[in-house]
Design a protein around this ligand. Structure first.
Ligand code: ATP
Ligand code: MG
Length: 353
């Protein structure tokens, strides 16, 4: 029996449809080569959904994605919908989708492609050999904690984590570390915050289930500094919602272009895979968007949702090969480009390795 999987595709707005098309091209090539089958169902979210149904997160999408083995998502949003009331905006649709799928772990690998390091005109500079993953808790902590409020005179939010919430995100980080260099650095503010002390104690307990993994702890202020000072010291960074929000954006800039980095948001049952960048309306429809972040997200989908590790590795290798031969989209044209290619040319080159 051939292995067969159902993928929910959400193309979204702006460059979303262009970059998803390239990811599908690459997925089709690698699944054919590795002997499994992918079936796609398309769903609407964000601006495209508003235009078609007057709802940024139609019921059909929220329910449909649960029938799939994984969701591959482009990007949403654009000026056209910016003046709508908050509950009608594209971004609200995405938050609803994440909540509905209960994706509590946000995983962001930051890879510096050595193929870009030797480029003569580096802008911005990248650090050779960086290869880390930020594992951020996504649906708890101070962004969601109760009580919260603002009476115009006094305002407050509450950072809350329960032990089970910490345990499940810690296991995600340790499981990932087991497939890598087996090092987890847990980031908190345990010198000041009680919630961080529970975080630290709980992570210590989970670490006992993974004797091969080395666990260290770091205060968040120091972690922010260390990411700039010596980013190569990190393998897996495990942290809560707000610290992870800040550190993952900081870490992403180590790589050179926002168009390169993928992400996965996973829960007990579902997984959502998307580039870290937005819908880039300023370059939509011109065929110049970099599809690599989305193609790398598709590789993460194969690895984490479908357990197709070999195929995932093939895609990652093909991306490296493409960059090492000097093929670049416009955003990377100053990194020793041999040839500046369109979105679809880069997709085809990667698909053909
Ligand atoms: P969001 O709020 O959805 O994160 P944003 O406006 O903050 O969106 P992006 O849409 O990510 O940011 O775009 C930021 C800049 O990066 C834009 O100038 C955009 O053209 C560029 N950019 C984003 N993604 C890509 C890509 N894949 N290839 C090339 N350039 C990109
Ligand atoms: Mg943004």
């Amino acid at each position: 029996m051939t292995r067969s999987y159902k993928i929910a595709l959400i193309k979204g707005d702006g460059i979303g449809p262009e970059i998803i098309e390239e990811a599908v091209k690459v997925l089709d090539a690698v699944s054919y080569a590795e002997g499994f089958e992918l079936k796609y169902d398309e769903y609407l979210l964000g601006g495209a959904a508003i235009d078609a149904t007057d709802d940024p997160a139609p019921k059909e999408t929220l329910e449909g994605v649960k029938q799939a083995d994984a969701v591959l998502f482009g990007a949403i949003g654009g000026e056209k919908w910016d003046n709508l009331p908050r509950e009608k905006r594209p971004e609200t649709g995405l938050l609803k989708l994440r909540k509905e799928m209960e994706v509590f772990a946000n995983i962001r690998p930051v890879t510096v492609y050595n193929e870009l390091v030797n480029a003569s005109t580096l802008k911005p500079s990248v650090v050779q050999g960086v290869d880390l993953i930020v594992v951020r808790e996504l649906i708890g902590g101070i962004y969601f904690g109760q009580p919260r409020g603002n009476d115009g005179n006094k305002a407050f939010n509450t950072m809350v984590y329960s032990k089970p919430e910490i345990e499940r995100i810690a296991r995600v980080a340790f499981d990932i570390a087991m497939k890598r260099s087996k090092r987890v650095c847990s980031v908190d503010k345990a010198n000041v915050l009680d919630v961080s002390q529970l975080w630290r104690d709980t992570v210590e307990e989970i670490a006992k289930e993974y004797p091969e993994v080395t666990l260290t702890h770091m205060y968040v202020d120091n972690a922010a500094m260390q990411l700039i000072r010596d980013p190569k010291q990190f393998d897996v960074i495990l942290t809560g919602n707000i610290f992870g929000d800040i550190l993952s954006d900081e870490a992403s800039m180590l790589s050179g272009s926002i168009g390169l980095l993928p992400s996965a948001s996973i829960g007990e049952k579902f997984g959502l895979y998307e580039p870290i960048h937005g819908s880039a309306p300023d370059i939509a429809g011109q065929g110049i968007a970099n599809p690599i972040a989305t193609i790398a997200s598709a590789a993460m989908m194969l690895r984490y949702a479908l357990n197709e590790e070999v195929a995932a590795g093939r895609i990652e290798q093909a991306i490296k090969q493409t960059l090492s031969e000097g093929y670049r989209t416009q955003d990377l044209s100053s990194y020793d480009a041999k040839e500046v290619c369109s979105t679809s040319e880069i997709g085809s080159i990667i698909a053909n390795y």
